[in-house]
Design a protein around this ligand. Structure first.
Ligand code: HEC
Length: 354
């Protein structure tokens, strides 16, 4: 907290007033009073919360000003004797004998020096310290919500969530405990599966079992160990292993082979069986992409680099792809997303003949 008026500024105004003959100082008539108040210093410090301590004192006495005009500078430090006596942490209202210092850390010891100042800016020089310890922080962070789980492969799930907030800690100080289970509600909240570094809002679980549902709860924890208690689950299912023969080839046979099959497969790309797909699509450069993005028709393990996927998703004209022609199947409705995801997963799993 800052003083409303800097003491040096107050004293400048007063000396200007004195120079003009309008000063309030008495005795001797010069450029103001040079004698600081007589003050016995702080008498007590008393913690009020996990962030505030009340400091009090008995009124000082001044040779010129009434007690009601005196202000008090409060200097705080977590180390005894280490207060910065040039910069008060708080300046009291005139005549006050108690102030509450706020914005403190929890469960922390603080040392205070209080010095009285008169209206001419004269400050006493006592070094009397009082101290107390703020209460421990027992308030849980407030969960930020927004947990989402997305399977990215047979064995991986990406989790993201919103930042929590806390009464004491900054968001960058909060850590997150992640609890997982393969049945809804089955998490063991005594043992997190993962604790993030401070401030991190994502985590990728790896080494999971394919074709399995996972349920996650993410809870925020502050540096004092307080953890929120939300039970909101996010769930995702790891990819299963896609069978080319029973799941992928039928999609091609029904939707593509009429044009991409014998005797004259469009673009020389024959999708009628694994052997022809292997020789005309897998690791075969697409005709329609520009030189700068020479994509293969099917790039094993990477559907995003497979032009066939862009042709069935309709992203083949995107600047990153630079393809041409129409979305496939040509002049027909697009494939359902589930079919496209099956082909995508088959490619991401290596475009095997399984
Ligand atoms: C009605 C005929 C027809 C059907 C059905 C069809 N295609 Fe095509 N396909 C074409 C023609 C013609 C082209 C070239 C012109 C274009 O891209 O529009 C082409 C181009 C492509 C290309 C680009 C090849 C390259 O090297 O640039 C891919 C990949 C493709 N088709 C995949 C498919 C898939 C997968 C299906 C089934 C889901 C399918 N097509 C269904 C006629 C068809």
């Amino acid at each position: 907290m800052k003083a409303p008026l800097h003491p040096a500024f107050v004293s400048l105004i007063l000396s200007l007033l004195a120079a003009c003959g309008g000063g309030s100082s008495s005795g001797g008539g010069g450029s103001g009073d040079g004698i600081p108040p007589m003050f016995a210093g702080a008498t007590a410090a008393f913690a009020l919360s996990d962030a505030s301590i009340e400091v009090s004192w008995a009124p000082a006495m001044d040779n010129v000003d009434p007690a009601s005009a005196l202000i008090y500078n409060v200097y705080a430090s977590q180390i005894s004797g280490a207060q910065d006596l040039m910069t008060p942490d708080l300046t009291s209202a005139a005549g006050s004998t108690t102030e509450i210092v706020t914005g403190l850390l929890p469960a922390a010891n603080y040392f205070f020096i209080v010095r009285a100042m008169d209206t001419s800016g004269n400050e006493d020089t006592n070094l009397i310290e009082v101290s107390d310890t703020t209460f421990p922080d027992t308030t849980d962070p407030i969960w930020g919500g927004g947990t989402s789980a997305i399977a990215t492969s047979l064995t991986e799930i990406d989790l993201t969530w919103n930042a929590a907030t806390d009464n004491q800690a900054m968001q960058s100080q909060l850590v997150y405990n992640i609890y997982s289970a393969t049945v809804s509600g089955g998490q063991n909240f005594l043992a997190p599966d993962f604790m993030t570094p401070p401030g991190i809002l994502t985590h990728t679980f790896t080494g999971l079992t394919p074709d399995t549902d996972y349920f996650f709860v993410v809870r925020a924890q502050d540096p004092s160990g307080n953890e929120d208690t939300n039970l909101m689950e996010a769930s995702a299912r790891t990819f299963g292993i896609v069978s080319f023969a029973t799941q992928v080839q039928p999609i091609f046979t029904i939707n593509c082979v009429v044009c991409h099959g014998p005797p004259f497969p469009a673009q020389g790309q024959d999708l009628s069986n694994y052997t022809t797909i292997d020789s005309t699509a897998i690791n075969v450069p697409a005709n329609e992409t520009m030189l700068t993005s020479m994509l293969d028709r099917i790039e094993p393990f990477d559907s995003t680099l497979s032009y066939l996927i862009h042709k069935i998703d309709g992203t083949h004209l995107d600047p990153a792809v630079q393809g041409s022609g129409l979305q496939m199947p040509r002049l027909r409705p697009p494939l359902p997303l589930a079919d496209r995801d099956l082909i995508r997963a088959w490619i991401n799993q290596g475009a095997q003949n399984n």
